[in-house]
Design a protein around this ligand. Structure first.
Ligand SMILES: NC(=O)c1ccc[n+]([C@@H]2O[C@H](COP(=O)([O-])OP(=O)(O)OC[C@H]3O[C@@H](n4cnc5c(N)ncnc54)[C@H](OP(=O)(O)O)[C@@H]3O)[C@@H](O)[C@H]2O)c1
Length: 274
């Protein structure tokens, strides 16, 4: 058996970078991983106060959590992010790509600007972080050039890409967002092949899990019930699935849908516009 998450740093906990983890689902994922013994690198863009709270809450569960700010639509900031985490924390074992731009457009209003914004943050950044994790794993394994590593000493890691049940149940709302997640789903397959055996790549696709400013609580509660199971996903279900995907050594190149079966139904509009 390989030793996927054996850190070489002083801190023996495996380390995970969770993008967009200041609040909402990203925070829930960060806390679930910290509760499971992961040291969490909390990334945020603008929500500094919430991110500091996530760091202190994660650190109370597993020491060593740290804070990293970056705009993931800027390629140079994305390329610098994992090296910054490695410099501060020593090693990284996994990345959860949860940060996401979610702005409304449709085929009538579609333009390059919306496409570019969504593709940079939701697709391009996730791919570059997976690429960087693979390079880091490769470097860790080459760190002992005079020694032939046996399989129990080979370092390997994992990436989880947050997708959306919408990809299996499409409608034209949030057109650029959906395109960016469709591209990320395809990238999950291709990266799983390209980065194996050092890095596994898994998609996790929630259903309607958290409300937004576009929905009242009552409307959200009613829509959450619209699924074969009578409930969509909860933040805890989603976070537990991310942890499972990171820790299960046999999963790569596939997506776990966590949505109460919403992807089996047909919705003419996005939930927020129903
Ligand atoms: N919530 C749901 O019901 C649901 C359903 C299906 C799929 N998902 C997926 O699950 C993931 C998490 O969902 P969520 O609702 O928690 O996401 P969210 O609230 O829409 O966004 C999460 C974070 O992404 C960060 N972000 C946005 N643009 C960024 C940029 N250019 N650079 C860096 N960070 C940026 C923001 O960080 P700051 O606040 O720090 O600026 C934001 O807090 C997403 O990938 C989403 O597509 C969610």
């Amino acid at each position: 058996m390989s030793a996927p998450f054996s850190s070489t740093s002083a801190n023996s906990a495996p380390t995970v970078l969770v993008t967009g983890s200041a609040k909402r689902l990203g925070r829930e994922i960060a806390l679930a991983l910290a509760a499971g013994g992961w040291r969490v690198a909390v990334h945020y863009k603008g929500s500094a106060l919430e991110a500091e709270k996530t760091v202190s809450d994660c650190a109370a569960l597993t020491p060593g959590a740290a804070l990293f700010q970056a705009d993931l639509s800027d390629e140079s900031e994305v390329r610098a992010l994992l090296p910054r985490v490695i410099e501060q924390l020593g090693t990284v074992d996994a990345v959860v790509n949860s940060a996401s731009t979610f702005e409304h457009d449709n085929p009538a209003s579609f333009g390059f600007e919306a496409m570019d914004t969504h593709m940079r943050t939701n697709t391009g950044a996730a791919i570059i972080l997976a690429q960087a994790l693979h390079a880091h794993m490769d470097a860790r394994n080459r760190a002992a050039p005079d020694k032939v590593l046996d399989s129990s000493e080979v370092h390997s890691g994992a990436v989880v890409n947050m997708l959306d049940q919408k990809l299996w149940n499409q409608n034209p709302d949030f057109f650029s967002y959906t395109l960016s997640k469709a591209a990320l789903e395809a990238a999950t397959t291709m990266l799983a092949l390209a980065l194996s055996p050092l890095v596994r790549v898994v998609g996790v696709a929630p259903g309607l899990t958290l409300t937004s400013h576009l929905l009242t609580q009552d409307k959200f509660a009613a829509l959450h019930k619209l699924s074969p199971l009578g409930r969509s996903s909860t933040p805890k279900d989603v976070a537990a699935t991310v942890r499972f995907a990171l820790e299960n050594q046999s999963i790569t190149g596939t997506t776990l849908l966590v949505d109460g079966g919403q992807h089996l139904m047909r919705f003419e509009r996005d939930f927020s516009l129903m």
